[in-house]
Design a protein around this ligand. Structure first.
Ligand code: ADP
Ligand code: MG
Length: 388
């Protein structure tokens, strides 16, 4: 947990104590279900976690933006009136922040300069989206200290555009949406075609979400990602012969698929089957959470994992091991890999009474199997970006 008073004091040591800074936060996230569905125009169901990025901010009278990150103990700056210069050797992390500022201005906001001190307890590169937490918290800070009205959807879209145009990562909208729009005690069902987002109550009076980081990242990840995308596109092309009105796998339901799957080669068929069944599972899980049917939600998480492992083939031995360990602990309702795959994290739905046993089993058995200590994070569903 980040000490907010300490961050404010540190801000005044770094930038002078003329006035205390304002503090803004945005959370990290975990995707509960709906994996590899986003680029098929489908559904995802992320939840904000109890790890966050906090920006201490004070406006300046000029148009300079000075930033310092406590995490990496580095300072950098840019000027909103000078053109962005990709080649001037700056660090990548500044591009997230400068990217959001410049995109917001391109899209009509007029920003003042600012001094920022940033601190985060979202682990970087662990698949919990420290990047969106950084974009959305700094974007909110910039708009707020410039006295500009904040539209949360526009804020999220600016974060995504910054990641596309200034960082070079072609990410979907999930991470920025959940960071900007999350509500406490709710997950967010996002329709990746319409970008419509619906809050889904998750009753965590008796259960917790537990994230286990496998601490592996296999090389395969990015090449396999591009290959899966291409396989899905090929599947749509072939299915169009039978179902001419479809635009994406999102448009194919399970019974249509069963009727026509024979027209697909084996591998493509399995890839399509994952996406089509995963969309159905994601909608079903949202309903199960709405009805507090946690057994059902957990069951769908297990099924999602099996589909990602067998049909989509993006799991790996370490993730499978984490899910198998979880399955054998009493009181674990569901477990699955979360994120792109080939490493990263699992997300588990665990009855609160079983948390200690779960933690113990995962720590010991995963270490025995892999020589690695998993990182374990327990979270309820937290709120989205806000001033604190
Ligand atoms: P993820 O979003 O899964 O954590 P990414 O690779 O998308 O992983 O984003 C991680 C990057 O975001 C880091 O390498 C760093 O450049 C930047 N970043 C995130 N949080 C901070 C922070 N508090 N201070 C500086 N840079 C940060
Ligand atoms: Mg990221």
């Amino acid at each position: 947990v980040i000490d907010r008073n300490k961050l404010s004091r540190l801000f005044m040591e770094v930038y002078g104590d003329s006035s205390p800074p304002r503090l803004f936060r945005a959370p990290g996230r975990v995707n509960l279900i709906g994996e590899h569905t986003d680029y098929n125009d489908g559904f995802v169901l992320p939840m904000a976690i109890n790890r966050e990025t906090i920006v201490a901010a004070r406006r300046r009278d000029d148009r300079r933006v000075r930033v310092r990150s406590v995490n990496i103990n580095e300072a950098a700056e840019f000027d909103l009136d000078t053109k962005f210069n990709r080649a001037n050797g700056r660090r990548l992390w500044l591009n997230y922040i400068e990217g959001v500022a410049r995109i917001l201005e391109e899209r009509g906001a007029r920003l003042t300069g600012a001094d920022f001190l940033i601190q985060s307890d979202v682990p970087e590169g662990a698949g919990l989206s420290s990047s969106a937490a950084l974009e959305v918290s700094t974007g909110l800070a910039m708009l707020s200290i410039s006295n500009t009205e904040v539209d949360r959807v526009k804020l999220a879209l600016a974060g995504q555009a910054a990641e596309h145009e200034y960082v070079g990562a072609k990410v979907g909208i999930m991470d920025q949406y959940i960071a900007a729009l999350a509500e406490k005690q709710h997950a967010l069902l996002i329709d990746c075609r319409s970008l419509e987002a619906t809050t889904v109550p998750v009753d965590t009076s008796t259960v917790s979400f537990v994230i286990c980081n496998s601490r592996v990242k296999h090389e395969l990840a990015s090449s396999a990602y591009n290959q899966r995308r291409a396989e899905c596109e090929r599947g749509v092309e072939l299915l169009k012969n039978k179902l001419p009105e479809i635009r994406a796998l999102r448009d194919v339901n399970a019974s249509e698929f069963e009727k026509h799957e024979d027209c697909l080669p084996e591998i493509i068929r399995r890839r399509c089957r994952h996406v089509i069944t995963e969309n159905a599972r994601t909608l079903a899980a949202a309903n199960a959470f709405r009805q507090s049917d946690l057994q059902r939600a957990g069951q769908l998480m297990y099924e999602s994992h099996a589909s990602l492992d067998h049909d989509y083939e993006v799991s790996c031995p370490e993730l499978n091991r984490l899910v198998e360990i979880a399955r054998r602990v009493e009181g674990v309702l569901g477990a699955r890999m979360t994120g792109g795959g080939f490493g990263g994290c699992t997300v588990n739905l665990v009855e609160n009474e079983s948390l200690d046993a779960f933690r113990e089993a995962v720590t010991r058995e995963y270490y025995e199997a892999t020589d690695r200590a998993p990182a374990i994070y327990v979270s309820e569903a937290c709120g989205g970006a806000e001033e604190v």
